[in-house]
Write a protein that binds this ligand. Sequence first.
Ligand SMILES: Cc1cc2nc3c(=O)[nH]c(=O)nc-3n(C[C@H](O)[C@H](O)[C@H](O)COP(=O)(O)OP(=O)(O)OC[C@H]3O[C@@H](n4cnc5c(N)ncnc54)[C@H](O)[C@@H]3O)c2cc1C
Length: 338
Amino acid sequence: MKIFDNFNLKELNTFHISVNAKKLVVIESENELPQIQSIIKNNKYLILGGGSNVLFVNDFDGIIIKNEITGKEIIKETDEEIFLKIKSGEIWHDIVMWTVNNNWNGIENLSLIPGTAGAAPVQNIGAYGVEIKDVLEEVKIFHLETQSFQVLKNQECRFSYRDSIFKHELKDKTFITEIVLKLKKKNHVYKTDYGNIKEELSQLNVTTLSPEKIAQAVIRIRTSKLPDPAIIGNAGSFFKNPEVSSKKYLEIKNKYPDVVAFPLSNHTYKIAAGWMIEKLGLKGLEYKGAAVHSKQALVLINKNNATGKDLFDLSEIIINKIFDNFGILLEREVNIIT
Ligand SMILES: Cc1cc2nc3c(=O)[nH]c(=O)nc-3n(C[C@H](O)[C@H](O)[C@H](O)COP(=O)(O)OP(=O)(O)OC[C@H]3O[C@@H](n4cnc5c(N)ncnc54)[C@H](O)[C@@H]3O)c2cc1C
């Protein structure tokens, strides 16, 4: 365990917001977790992975618990399946590359998502038709209050679109220490219907699908569309795509026949929030140091030394305009830290 007082968090969040925390505690092994309670005492605290889904609006008057617990192993294997135990501080994309290089199938569509493996279940990360819930066996957690470990099976995590129990009942109460993934060694059904995967695969002249080829296509698409947080501060999609009733969808469709939306199984529709933002001419909009990315309207960026407040205020402007125009209340995907 390492402890630093009055620590600047600029390098620990992908928006590169320069704020200070009262204390930074770096956890390198789950054996250190029982000591955390006496450090936290009555202070406010935040568990931090790669900082790629948080927006610090002010200095953090509390303790940042930074997860650096690493390690990975195969725990079970059959002809068809493989079970991997991954410590939560592992870099998610490195894990994807490990699986892809070994020809294990299941998370290739989730290539290049920044952050740690332990944060992946928190918002049930998803991309190109795959969510981590599709391959997640279990999650091991440490309850900070009771100082006890527990294993949650997939069903107990109550996953849904960018959501889980870790954003509700267990929010800020538990530290995820490891995850177990169940991947396929054969008979895998690849998901290529989303985004431009098919087009990209044909450009790469791919005739036989493999996790490596899918990952390659996904990486090429993502690199061409999304700003690299190492160069332009951002946290990926800032808003969730809202789910609306079929009545609401038809209302929008009548007004805007080009609406981008996807039917869901329960007679509702998911409307592309990026489409709505673009439709209102907000792509590229700047507010103080913050801006809406000019290539991808769902992504807000730190364009010019933005503060967390600049980015937050820009997100408020967008939420209000979308509500006034479409009658839909956008929800932030990024965790706002005050
Ligand atoms: C360029 C870019 C592209 C992105 N693309 C996608 C995408 O395609 N799909 C997608 O779903 N997301 C995407 N994201 C968002 C982000 O990468 C994911 O949400 C990621 O899982 C966050 O990981 P992290 O370690 O950085 O979490 P952090 O930002 O550090 O934390 C996020 C939340 O999880 C909590 N948390 C973190 N670790 C733990 C733990 N060990 N135990 C308990 N709670 C914890 C934190 O308290 C916080 O509430 C993107 C982000 C960027 C910058």
